[in-house]
Ligand binder design. Sequence first.
Ligand code: 5RP
Length: 228
Amino acid sequence: MNVDELKKMAAAAAVEYVKDGMVVGLGTGSTASPAIRLIAEQGLKIHGIPTSQVSADLARSLGIPLLSVAEVRRIDLTIDGADEIDPQGNLIKGGGGALLREKVVASITDCEIIIADDSKNVPVLGQFPLPVEVVPFAAPLLIHRLTAFGCVPELRRRGGKTFVTDNGNYILDCAFGKIEQPGALEQELRRLPGVVESGLFVGLAHRIITASEHGIDDREVEGQFLNR
Ligand code: 5RP
């Protein structure tokens, strides 16, 4: 089974939780996209809240009616991907550059379902460079300041140009190696003026669904949640 088939399997398992009438957060990336397609294929009558322009365009092309975050106070369920998942259900997200909107959506979601192939499970976060969204004005300064946090920050570039998020910001990909205390690091990063948000998602995932050659692992995350 190749990785795309595993992603589709995880997406299908998550879509089983979607019911008619729900407001559903639509994640971003190569694992979240099949979930959006399946929601449309199954004719589920939902309203979607996209986490990026790309997901909004995909959902619209499939006829899924959309709402904006400004029009809701709570979201029933969100299906999104991740770049790394630790045993406590903490995540690194933002490989696709949508971390800010993904985190806003997660923060008002009753059931945040994270889907991935099992290569995303790690014992400790940090092998995947942590995406940190910053205002362009402060980017050079923050490269310097973030180095003092023990990482190697790199300004994200795509197609020979600086990558710009849907919010008009830049991303610094920060190679930490190991992040032993994701909650503490998230708070410290937030205190740096010019940092808009980091891709550390702590206490936001309620359910993790991973797919491997052996099938689906669907587990509820235990603990304290910031979005409940
Ligand atoms: C986008 C994300 C994605 O969910 C994450 O990068 C995983 O992507 P993929 O499913 O393509 O591996 O956080 O900002």
